[in-house]
Design a binder for this molecule. Structure first.
Ligand code: COI
Length: 356
């Protein structure tokens, strides 16, 4: 289905759960809004989408996503400004990345129109769930998985595209401690690291759990071949301020092309900082700590937004970053992004998509 000819059918909840939500204490991903959007793929095409009360699904235990992992997702955010206008941040860019993920996993493409109209319709229905509290937003989780029931190892012929939404606060409640990973691997060149597929996250749990037992929040993944170069941090891309320049690992097939990463790189020049996208070695970061030429490190992502890194653990040593102040690039760019999303600063890059 390329073009939606009819308005999306909505079946409303009998009783909303909205009044039970404490918008001052949201956490991340704890609450799912009243409704979800669902579309089935069968007979070689996407069928009509529908909006239904959020709830359990009836699915076959033989469905292919459970056995062979055809499952991809996106993460976006919607914001409500002081005038009550709701916008989604860069959904077109997220859609392009979804297409890359779907393609890599041999799953059917979703048209930009179906994607955007589905998001808009769902957010309109659950508009009351878009937070206005400081630092909060409505997290949007579109995902696609193989629903065909068959045990043969094959590309599925039936899928479901679902969108859930969740009012969220900050992903991390405090500056993070990351451990450079030199044993385990998240993704290798030529693998699925650039795709937002479920297996990338499941595979990261074990090394992350080990790092958490050692007192770290996240793993800083390094390249699969030599463990010499930094890739990303799993839930976020990473950026450094080195010698006064904004430096971030360049994109490859083993790391995710983050939308927040791209937005910050786009804003950097006008904010008076030179930027470099290149390979960043662990040795360079270690040296920079010794020479005091590293002044900032932070993670960037839809969920993480801009998250301060307090400590990087390299070869058994904790290296601590200096404290951040209001002149730090990370705080300035975080504010700028927030102000653009909330309509406080002009949206010169046309990143805000208006929900009608
Ligand atoms: C996001 O930033 O949207 C992510 O995908 C990170 C995590 C919540 C899975």
């Amino acid at each position: 289905m390329a073009v939606l000819t009819e308005p999306i059918h909505v079946e409303r909840v009998a009783k909303s759960r909205l009044s039970g939500i404490d918008f001052n204490n949201l956490g991340f991903g704890a609450h799912i809004s009243d409704h979800m959007l669902m579309v089935d793929y069968k007979d070689g095409q996407w069928q009509e989408p529908k909006i239904v009360p959020y709830g359990n699904l009836e699915l076959s235990p033989a469905m292919l996503a459970l056995h062979y992992g055809q499952s991809v997702f996106e993460g976006m955010k919607a914001f409500k400004n002081d005038q009550g206008t709701i916008t989604i941040f860069r959904p077109e860019r997220h859609h392009k990345r979804l297409l890359k993920s779907l393609d890599r996993m041999c799953m059917p493409a979703i048209s930009e129109e179906l994607f955007l109209q589905s998001l808009s319709a769902l957010i309109e229905v659950d508009a009351g769930w878009v937070p206005t509290t400081e630092g909060a937003s409505l997290y949007l989780r579109p995902f696609v998985f193989a629903s065909e029931a068959k045990l043969g190892v094959k590309v599925a012929e039936e899928y479901k595209f679902i969108i859930l939404t969740s009012p969220v606060g900050p992903y991390f409640s405090k500056p993070v401690r990351v451990k450079v990973e030199e044993e385990f691997v998240r993704a290798a060149e030529g693998g699925t690291g650039f795709a937002k597929c479920a297996g990338n996250y499941g595979g990261a749990f074990y090394p992350t759990m080990l790092a958490q037992k050692q007192g770290f929040d996240q793993v800083l993944w390094t390249d699969a071949k030599d463990h010499k170069y930094i890739d990303e941090s799993g839930a976020m891309n990473v950026m450094f301020v080195l010698n006064g320049k904004l430096v971030t690992p360049k994109l490859s097939t083993s790391l995710l092309d983050g939308v927040t990463r791209d937005s910050i790189l786009t804003l950097a020049s006008a904010m008076g900082i030179e930027k470099e996208e290149r390979r960043v070695s662990i040795a360079e970061i270690e040296e920079a700590f010794k020479n005091k030429t590293i002044t900032e490190a932070f993670g960037v992502g839809t969920a993480a937004v801009v998250s301060q890194i307090a400590t990087i653990h390299i070869h058994g040593t904790d290296y601590n970053l200096p404290a951040v102040d209001s002149n730090s690039f990370q705080l300035r760019v975080k504010k700028k992004l927030n102000d653009i999303r909330k309509g406080i600063e002009p949206d010169t890059h046309h990143w805000n998509y208006l929900v009608k």
